[in-house]
Design a binder for this molecule. Sequence first.
Ligand code: PM9
Length: 460
Amino acid sequence: MAFTRKPWAEPYKIKVVEPLKMTTREHREVKIKESGYNTFLLRSEDVYIDLLTDSGTNAMSDYQWAGMMLGDEAYAGSKNFYFLEENVQKYYNYKYVVPTHQGRGAEHLISQALIKKGDYVPGNMYFTTTRQHQELAGGTFVDVIIDEAHNPSVELPFKGNVDLNKFQALIDKVGAEKIPYITVGATVNMAGGQPVSMANIKDVHDLAHKYNIRVILDATRVTENAYFIQQREEGYKDKSIEAILREFCSYTDGATVSGKKDVYTNIGGFVAINDPDVFDELRNMVVVYEGLHTYGGLAGRDMEAMARGIEEMVKQENIEFRVKQVQYLGDLLIEAGIPIVQPVGGHAVFLDARKFYEHLPQTQYPAQALAADLYIESGVRSMERGIVSAGRNKETGEENKPRLELVRLTIPRRVYTQSHLDVVAYSVIELYKHREKATGLKMVYEPAYLRFFQARFERL
Ligand code: PM9
């Protein structure tokens, strides 16, 4: 056999398997209709390959599972908390840690602690739950990502970077005292998993600190970002992921983290901070909303799994395989001429629904329709990341109309093999062949918050 490339494979072997259920097209047509054409409302037992999200859907290692048996389920002072705290300090480089049940718990606390009514919170593209908490705290999110991030086909190595001119313009317009912090997401989920360069985070730090504005990192997928820096930024190719991560975080004042991604766990999160006064406020609030400051809504075993997952996430072979697997699916689709966001990001391949369903206007929710159609075609579950996810303008009530109208094929960590990804690519390519037959959707139920989770649609 002649290889066209050097083969690579999973840096683990499989110890436990979970059977998958195959379904018929007729079954799936009924199920998606019953689910209001929203893949979030499907039962997972009706899904074949589940690429809805990489959040909490990862396979934990034997080291993590063994740690679960060492859960210290004390109400106060669990030893698993101290281990988690130690590893957050060691690997993420922050002084203080407050555990939360998941990422949005951390976002809730930081937003309530730092944002006052009438404040502005810049960020490198919105994330759904992050912006929601900022708005509920009385703030207004302002997008300061570089323009290219909104264009699916512009290829840049660091397409998640903050545009410093946009950040400066906001400071000039509203005044630094109205900006409690800037959120920097790394990698940027809604832009297609695009990274932020070390040079950029350093510049953001310098500009923000000149005006006494904090930098809060969304470090949910920061390990993927560190890998891209190692591969793409001058001066980092011989540095370890661990060293890059510490340096990256050193340019920020704190972080919110969903442990359900990089850290490989099924639940968990934390907020970390360097300022002792902010820590005091966070630690005080966590007892109201999550639980005591040494468990934050988690069982001791969950904190142990997170602490151990942090050690695993920085291992070169793990992060390299993770990103390469995503690239593998992306390459299959690019070769077949499928319109996707390029370059391929760290956690998912994003189909460009505007180009895929060129004949459908954005008001007919093309990405929502495409996610539903892909499920009908193959049993593969994906997620809309377009106009439905973008929600409404909080002042005018008008629908936000993002340039990016995407469907996300998200790869859970250590769960699927290359063969599964071959099946996914084949299914997308088949659907693309008869794309002109697709019809749009109308929304028939719209929840007030984070509507994409529970909205319902009908075929037009
Ligand atoms: N992300 C995702 O699928 C799960 C829920 S939203 C559909 O991508 C970032 C960058 C995230 C994220 C969750 C959260 C919230 C914060 N920041 O889900 O609350 O991608 O743990 O984290 C999801 P939790």
